[in-house]
Write a protein that binds this ligand. Structure first.
Ligand SMILES: CC(C)(COP(=O)(O)OP(=O)(O)OC[C@H]1O[C@@H](n2cnc3c(N)ncnc32)[C@H](O)[C@@H]1OP(=O)(O)O)[C@@H](O)C(=O)NCCC(=O)NCCS
Length: 166
């Protein structure tokens, strides 16, 4: 499977939204993605595109906000049919490498207490739990863990970006 990580385009938004709906109990609207892609100057939006049988499909997405020297992960998801092929890892590595080249030194994010898969992905990058935001998610009142990555290391990020070999 060939995977390409590239900036999100307006035309990708319907597929991105579909992934969001399949991935989260509180998906963003298509309008939110339009704002992030077109208007939000702090936002860096990425997709992972896969080519299968000559068709190109969006298999994953990442929205990252660059705030001075910090990269805040806004959202990341991979289509359920394409999970556990290192696509999430490659998206995050690409987004953080780009943020680092624009001045980011560290990163943080919120993740559901119950979301073991995402926490495992983040730990692979060196993120550590730095605090709890009680009842952060309004659908079920679940806590968020705040996870921090204090030193973005481009050499490590390049290792995590290695091509998928299936
Ligand atoms: C979290 C998510 C983006 C991971 O994407 P993915 O492409 O399936 O993950 P990868 O294949 O890149 O996994 C990289 C590493 O993350 C960890 N990981 C990923 N999925 C995992 C799972 N289901 N269980 C345990 N660890 C997992 C592993 O360490 C994995 O490395 P390994 O395969 O060598 O063990 C994906 O599961 C998803 O879209 N979930 C729903 C949306 C979501 O929860 N987003 C995060 C919000 S904070």
């Amino acid at each position: 499977m060939e995977v390409t990580i590239r900036p999100m385009a307006v035309e990708d938004i319907p597929q991105v939204h579909e992934i969001d709906v399949r991935s989260f109990p509180l998906p963003w609207s298509e309008r939110s993605y339009l704002f992030e892609v077109r208007e939000n100057q702090s936002s860096r939006c990425w997709v992972a595109e896969v080519e299968e049988d000559g068709r190109r499909l969006v298999a994953g997405m990442l929205v990252l906000w660059l705030l001075v020297d910090e990269a805040h992960i806004g959202t990341i998801a991979v289509h359920p049919d394409y999970r556990q092929h290192r696509i999430g890892q490659r998206l995050l590595a690409a987004g953080l490498l780009d943020a680092h080249s624009s001045g980011a030194q560290k990163s943080f994010l919120e993740v559901r207490r119950s979301n073991a898969a995402a926490q495992a992905l983040y730990r692979r990058f060196g993120y550590e739990i730095a605090g709890v935001r009680p009842r952060y998610y309004r659908d079920n009142g679940e806590d968020a863990f705040l996870m921090n990555l204090d030193n973005l290391d481009p050499a490590r990020l390049r290792q995590l970006l290695v091509p998928v070999r299936e």
